[in-house]
Design a protein. Sequence first.
Length: 108
Amino acid sequence: MSALKTPISREEVFKLVKKIPRGMVTTYGELAKAVGKPKAARAIGAILRANTRPIEIPCHRVVCSNGKVGGYSLGVDLKIRLLEQEGIRIKNGKIVNLRKHLYKFNST
DNA sequence: ACGACGGCCCTCG
DNA sequence: ACGAGGGCCGTCG
């Protein structure tokens, strides 16, 4: 029973993002689905962008579904750096073997 | 309360 | 494999 007419809560997204283990990445679309709004991928980005706690929330582990790193409030370069620091390789602004590091949530 | 812009995703050429 | 266009949902000014 998800809130169909209820907008996505930031805490919901943050909570899921926080659950992402190190060395793994997820996509905005997956997050959107996890919150019950598969079409709200864009909104997810807006929420992550509105995130004021990039330290407690590894929003840098969220990338595009097409393999692109996407964006980052603190700078895409930093995002890439962090990802590589976690063992994820990036080629030309795109995640290498994204499928291998793609993390999915439990949609119950 | 309203209009404009995104850290997007998908389909088509 | 790449480029362009539409759609969907929040946030910001």
